[in-house]
Design a protein around this ligand. Structure first.
Ligand code: IMP
Ligand code: MG
Length: 183
């Protein structure tokens, strides 16, 4: 194991925790989609690390695709207004779509995406969120069918999650020190 990154205040999930969570979610998804051949969709870029792990934990026929969106926020809090930068290459009419999300905060971005995809008449659209941020008094706009873990209302990095494009490569989930992003 490498050293803890100096900008990280606390590790919430280490590599072994992550392996166990992904394994458990993979079993749940495999059971529910055994005869469905789902299209597993990751939204770039944060979800790619989770995607790479969860797809190998799903033991039924499936396909993958990617979308890229840019939200008109300040890069910190999402506004829910989303521009599609890269759309799916796959037709989803009649398909069971499973969206892979890194972290669900307000859920505004995802809620917009789900509505967009539902307009294409898929058989179903569900969400697997690796993390759900528990914000007191805030009910996310989307209820994920599969949840990895809950995290506190702090800035989370690692395992694909960034702050200003940094820290995505950390192999664990950690809390970023507030002095790194507050100035
Ligand atoms: P939402 O639309 O508010 O649910 O925001 C979801 C997106 O914001 C995630 O897919 C992340 O890209 C980003 N995000 C939200 N919270 C964090 C965080 O704590 N660390 C890093 N990215 C975050
Ligand atoms: Mg981000």
């Amino acid at each position: 194991m490498g050293e803890l990154h100096p900008d990280v205040k606390e590790v919430l999930l280490g590599e072994e925790d992550i392996r166990q969570i992904v394994g458990r979610m993979g079993e749940e998804i495999t059971r529910d989609y055994a005869d469905k051949n789902p299209l597993v969709v990751a939204v770039l870029r944060g979800a790619v690390v989770f995607m790479a792990d969860i797809m190998r934990a799903i033991e039924c026929p499936m396909a993958i695709d990617f979308m890229a969106v840019s939200s008109y926020g300040d890069g910190f809090k999402s506004s829910g207004v989303v521009r599609i930068v890269k759309d799916l290459d796959t037709k989803i009419e009649g398909r069971d779509v499973l969206i892979i999300e890194d972290i669900l905060d307000s859920g505004l971005t995802l809620s917009y995406l789900i509505n967009l995809l539902k307009g294409r008449n898929p058989a179903s659209v569900e969400v697997a969120a690796f993390l759900v941020k528990d914000v007191p008094g805030n009910e996310p706009a989307v209820k994920p069918r599969y949840v990895g873990a809950h995290v506190p209302d702090e800035f989370i990095v690692g395992y694909g999650l960034d702050f200003a494009e940094r820290y995505r490569n950390l192999p664990y989930i950690g809390i970023l020190k507030p002095e790194v992003y507050k100035h």
